[in-house]
Ligand binder design. Structure first.
Ligand code: CTP
Length: 401
């Protein structure tokens, strides 16, 4: 969720400022680019050098860098526009009040006024200050401007008193921000089930029937769906791919029967299903218990049809938005439409083997998206990551219609 996002961390002068070194670490670990703006009083509580080292960016605290020969202006407008998100932590009563009233007598305040992004405040102060009516007015005003307050927690305060006013822990700040971002995304609160990769149908303990599917299209769909806020289950046949994102639940399977069982165990709880797997249509009628020895000049393996997973999902469909793939070589659109109808799909993604760069084992794909109302949209050749986003945007526009 925070991968490659620009996060501006504003640190103000409270004892909780010492915890922001951990906050910077966590944001960097989550993949964010972090820049830090410190108020003068904050630098008494936390070292700019530590923050600069952790954030891998210079730490700024004044409009001009006074210790340089040439005067360098720290452009608060550029900083504000650079940020995808701004976090003010700890946010003292003083800074909250100034930001609520639009004062801008330091770099952080001016940057806040210039920022167009969502701003999160993690307040930290003593319990009476936290409860004071003027602080409450600051919170209400800041919220009315579209900012978000991360509630302070209760516990022992720097004053020795116990009560509300402790800055949320760095882990909780990061989790809060991620959850907040997620709820604003188009697939928030949606569960998406995706199938990917080939299936292997065992002939004996060491041999199988399979295909060349790399699984890339399904994996890119899973990543894109997660980035759009969905909870994702990825049921994948054997591939060399992996997901680094722990938000994606990966269920590894080998055969079509295993994929069938896994998919059906998740099916009733999901909102969207995309079957991108290249499921083997046939499997050996029996699997030999021992490795088959070569003997005769010819060997015949009797095959039986695998269950069509997508067909079975269509037959049991309730409210799920169901999408299949079709790989065609002739009469592409007509054949794909036929599959869409036969399998009771909401949409089908057509790959034509006549298109260069489309289909199996490629980093790119060229698709035509066809829905159940016969609306047809053809896309250019793109990377599979970009194709995944196109497919999901088509689905989103239909489920939100
Ligand atoms: N599919 C499935 N289970 C199977 C076979 C296919 O879920 N046993 C799904 C695939 O994941 C894909 C779609 O069905 O979404 C492909 O449909 P299919 O009828 O198999 O089309 P093709 O593989 O293109 O095969 P054919 O043209 O031979 O019918």
């Amino acid at each position: 969720m925070l991968g490659c996002k620009n996060i501006l961390l504003g640190i103000t002068g409270g004892i909780a400022a010492y915890k922001t070194t951990f906050l910077v670490r966590l944001l960097i670990k989550a993949g964010a680019n972090v820049k830090v703006v410190l108020t003068d009083s904050a630098s008494s509580f936390v070292s700019p050098l530590t923050l600069a080292t952790l954030s891998k960016n210079p730490v700024l605290s004044s409009f001009v860098d006074a210790d340089k020969d040439s005067v360098d202006w720290n452009n608060h407008v550029e900083l504000g526009l650079w940020a995808d998100y701004m976090i003010v932590a700890p946010a003292t009563a003083n800074t909250l009040s100034k930001m609520a009233s639009g004062a801008c007598d330091n770099l952080l305040l001016a940057t806040y006024l210039s920022a167009k992004c969502k701003v999160f405040f993690a307040p930290a102060m003593d319990l009476d200050m936290y409860k004071h009516p003027s602080t409450k007015i600051s919170f209400d005003k800041l919220k009315s401007f579209g900012n978000v307050i991360i509630p302070a927690s209760s516990g022992e305060l720097a004053s020795g008193l116990h009560g509300e006013g402790r800055m949320a822990e760095p882990e909780d700040i990061v989790e809060f921000v991620i959850n907040h971002i997620r709820t604003g995304l188009p697939l928030a609160n949606k569960k998406v089930l995706i199938t990917a990769g080939p299936t292997y149908e065992a002939i004996d303990p060491v041999r199988f029937i399979g295909n060349h599917s790399s699984g890339l299209m399904g994996f890119e769909l899973a990543k894109a769906a997660e980035n759009l806020g969905a909870e994702v289950v990825l049921v994948s046949g054997p591939t060399n791919l992996s997901v680094s994102n722990h938000q994606i639940q990966v269920k590894k399977v080998v055969s079509a029967d295993e994929m069938y069982n896994a998919v059906h165990s998740f099916y009733k709880d999901v909102d969207i299903v995309i079957c991108a797997a290249a499921v083997a249509d046939y499997k050996p009628k029996t699997k030999a218990d021992q490795k088959i020895k070569k003997s005769d000049a010819e060997l015949t393996i009797e095959l039986v049809k695998n269950k069509d997973i997508l067909l079975s999902l269509g037959a049991q469909k309730k409210n799920q938005f169901l999408v299949g793939f079709a790989l065609e070589t002739e009469n592409e659109v007509e054949n794909a439409k036929g599959k869409l109808k036969r399998k009771h799909l909401d949409a089908i993604v057509l790959n034509s083997l006549n298109d260069k760069g489309a289909g199996f084992g490629k980093a790119t794909n060229k698709i035509t998206f066809i829905d159940k109302n016969s609306s047809i949209k053809t896309f250019e050749l793109k990377t599979k990551a970009a194709v995944a986003l196109d497919i999901l945007n088509e689905i989103i526009s239909r489920i939100h219609a």
